[in-house]
Design a protein around this ligand. Sequence first.
Ligand SMILES: [Fe+2]
Length: 449
Amino acid sequence: MPTTAPAPTRLDRDGLIAWYRRNRERSRRLFDLVEPSAYYTRPIALRNPIVFYEGHLPAFSLIAFVERGLGLPRVDDRLERLFERGIDPDSVDSAVPRSGADTRWPARDEVLDFGARADAAIVGALESAEFDLSGATHRAMQRGEAVFTALEHEAMHQETLLYMWHRLPHAQKRAPGALRYEIAAAPLASTAAVPAGTATIGARPGAIQFGWDNEFGEQRVAVAGFEIDTHSVTNADYRAFVAAGGYSTPAWWSESGWAWRKSEGVEHPAFWVPGDDGWQWRGMFENIPLPDAWPVYVSCDEASAYARWRGRRLPTEAEYHRAAYGSPNGDDRRFPWGDEPPDASRGNFDFHSWEPVPAGARPRGASAWGVHDLAGNGWEWTSSIFGPLPGFEPMASYPEYSADFFDGQHYVMKGASPATAKELIRPTFRNWFRPNYPYVYAKFRTVAC
Ligand SMILES: [Fe+2]
């Protein structure tokens, strides 16, 4: 790691309480966007209904922090059981009955009351519970792990909520004020040469204040020189692929990608809607004419097919690291732009926008090689299969977080999207999805050797 924070010997309780409250207020605002009539619906078929998530966030925080981290008793055994474990879109195949299909879900008032009781217990614990950061009393509390697990879990769910909301019909959502979009001409295509060097993936245990289990085990990887698109692939770029018959040419697709495309009848990105006057963007609150300069949001299978059509390929996880954090003097940066903390001038993240912005619209976020938007405006697909780093150990506060997904069926995504909290932006953070999952805010760029 380029810059390492020492393992804490004490936690900033006020800062953690402020973060918790910030999280909770944002979650409440997100659930308030949904019309009551949609509260028990499933915007994405494989996921739980919306009601589940409003109970899941406080239930998970109680279980991970108050119970696993501090050993304190349950606040509400029945509701904590009901809301404990969601299903991830990529963890269940469609042959398995949908989780919660027979569940009688509580009224929203009951869910909100449970949330308020959970908040009181969690804030009370953050204020005054005894923390044994050595992990001797409760291993889940080593270096404060369980607190950060709860906080980052809620922030991560806010992103998954938003992309679920993106699938809801517009009539089932309430826009919070006037809608504004950043529209521009698509940037000119260009590439950057990244010389051979070393990529650092992951961190040594204890080297960063908090990381999920899949971030630990520092790995230094030699990366050959490569050439990478300075801008993510835009809707305009991708329109050419669609117009050229990209979705009817098996040669561009992997075997499994083509099988998915055919079986699901996929003919265009999930964020595009065919209209009388051409393609439209499926926005959160309305459809608008497809913005040329915005990154195209697609599945990994679609991204790979486009790259092959261009005679190129997706970057590996290590190549992403070189492009984002490497520098000509050989030092790794803390963020693509340098050491300064993330803010709105560096990228489209942290909930400033419901939608993407034009590729290259945040030049202060460019990496040392002049590559734009590597953290923000959509996750970046890589060609690397998600796997453990050397010495992987499941985390005590959430043992199933990563281990269930080391199945060779998931690909690493890096960076951040408009709906990624700034607290999650760090070099070691890894996201992962099945290659045919089309709903996530994920963009891509291509490379060549
Ligand atoms: Fe969860």
